[in-house]
Design a protein around this ligand. Structure first.
Ligand code: PA5
Length: 446
């Protein structure tokens, strides 16, 4: 198995009987999920997506990716939350967190519409200057403010630069199959469109066109990614905790939560996982943080953050546990050079592969943090490639769903996200929000 859970650094924080007692709850969570009887069961399409996807659309994604690669030196991916995090996570994980700066024969990929910042837009215009550009706008609802504003800006830019007919060839839209203003507008304009499946929520959509088109543009083998996810969908079906690492992860994190560990730190030793951690944080944070419940998901990159948050993890408030991503073979080696003068006294490292030093740092850190009262779970990832990443994405999606049911929430909705939107619309003067506007302005004393 390419993805395995090592729990021996967490087992001193609970008893075998406590974990065994979770088994019954996990079986029930599994039943609810597999039979579609739990809350949010309209959004279970991601379970079978790695196998039951639209093959005709998949072929179109590959053709569109080739077209974008041919036409553009820069692709602007417009979307927020689940509409961009998965693609960005996969591209950076498999290519690099410095993807745009690499020497490569695929376009640069910029992400827009995930922030409300004049500076970010202005900077993006500078970055794409002199480059041929395509746009992939991704919004299931089609009405989310941040991407809608960015799409206005970059659609206008493309139309000014190339004229309407050529702009049409450079705009690719990923949205609802039939509903919504973006779908309607795309049909009117004649843009090529891809589908966010009805039964797949944003944060579970990386293996749909939402993630796959930008990922394919970056030159990543999307067949391998899907095969990996399909393989994981077969591996992690047995509700027996001793046979299912994915479910055991869900069970242990809930057990730790019930013992007061309300914050989970996802730790990795590779910078290329930074955006993967952002994807993971959204997946767990938006799925579980509701009804005044949930584990707050945080992330660190070690050893960088051992020199910033390391102090807190070792010694601060004892309400946290860590989940460590251990990528056993990244495919790269680098030998630490010798220094005849041994100025830094580090010649005991001369000739050593940097991976060995990293692994040792990881082992030492895990033991130190366990000694400091922080349970550590280790997710072992055999290799860094598209197949294994597909498995990993599915591992976390499935464990998140099971974990949400163990917690007693609907993991597939996000009612809390609406609150800021309502207030923002009211304060910006959107018609229909007049009463709320008056109340909010009084509170802000405008
Ligand atoms: O996970 C989710 O459902 C959200 O993060 C959405 O993806 C995000 O709010 C963007 O929504 P939309 O794709 O409708 O613009």
């Amino acid at each position: 198995m390419s993805i395995r859970l090592e729990d021996r650094y967490a087992t001193s924080f609970f008893t075998p009987a406590e974990l065994a007692a979770m088994e019954r709850e996990v079986k029930e969570a599994d039943r609810l999920l597999r039979e579609g009887k739990g809350p949010g069961s309209d959004f279970l399409g991601w379970i079978t997506l790695p196998k039951d996807y639209d093959k005709e659309e998949f072929a179109r994604i590959k053709t569109a990716a080739k077209k974008i690669q041919k036409k553009a030196q820069a692709l602007i991916v417009i979307g927020i939350g689940g509409s961009y995090l998965g693609a960005r996570a996969v591209i950076e994980y498999l290519k690099s967190n410095n993807y745009n700066s690499l020497k490569k024969d695929t376009p640069d990929i910029y992400f827009a519409g995930n922030v409300i910042s004049a500076d970010a837009v202005k900077e993006l215009f500078e970055l794409i200057e002199g480059k041929d550009v395509c746009v992939n706008v991704i919004s299931k609802s089609g009405t989310t403010t941040e991407p809608a504003v960015a799409f206005r800006i970059f659609r206008d830019y493309l139309e000014q630069k190339y004229g309407e007919a050529e702009a049409k060839e450079r705009i690719f839209v990923t949205t609802d199959r039939a509903r919504g203003t973006l779908k309607q507008f795309s049909t009117e304009k004649g843009y090529e469109t891809f589908v966010v499946p009805d039964d797949v929520g944003g944060r579970f959509s990386v293996l749909s066109a939402v993630g796959l088109l930008p990922i394919a543009v970056a030159g990543i083998d999307i067949d391998e990614l899907m095969s990996g996810a399909a393989s994981a969908s077969e591996q992690f079906t047995n509700p027996d905790l001793s046979k299912n690492d994915c479910y055991r992860y869900a069970a242990i994190r809930n057990l730790l939560y019930r013992k007061g560990k309300t914050l989970e730190v996802l730790a990795s030793y590779e910078p290329f996982t930074a955006m993967f951690s952002e994807w993971w944080k959204q997946l767990y944070g938006e799925s579980e943080g509701k009804d005044q419940k949930g584990i707050f998901p945080a992330s660190v990159i070690f050893s960088t953050d051992l020199h910033s948050l390391g102090q807190f993890i070792q010694d601060g408030t004892r309400n946290l546990f860590e989940t460590v991503l251990d990528i056993e073979d990244t495919g790269t080696k680098f030998t630490i050079p010798a220094d005849a003068a041994n100025v830094d006294g580090l010649n005991f490292l001369s000739g050593m592969d940097m991976n060995k030093v990293k692994k040792t740092a990881m082992e030492g850190t895990i033991l130190a943090h366990v000694d400091g009262g922080v349970p550590n779970l280790v997710v072992k990832i055999s290799e860094r490639n598209a197949f294994v990443l597909g498995e990993l994405l599915y591992f976390f999606e499935l464990s998140c769903a099971i974990s949400g049911y163990l917690l007693g929430v609907n993991p597939f909705n996000q009612p809390g996200v609406e609150s800021y939107k309502k207030n923002m619309f009211a304060l910006l003067g959107k018609p229909g929000y007049e009463d709320l506007r008056a109340t909010l302005e009084a509170r802000l004393k405008k």
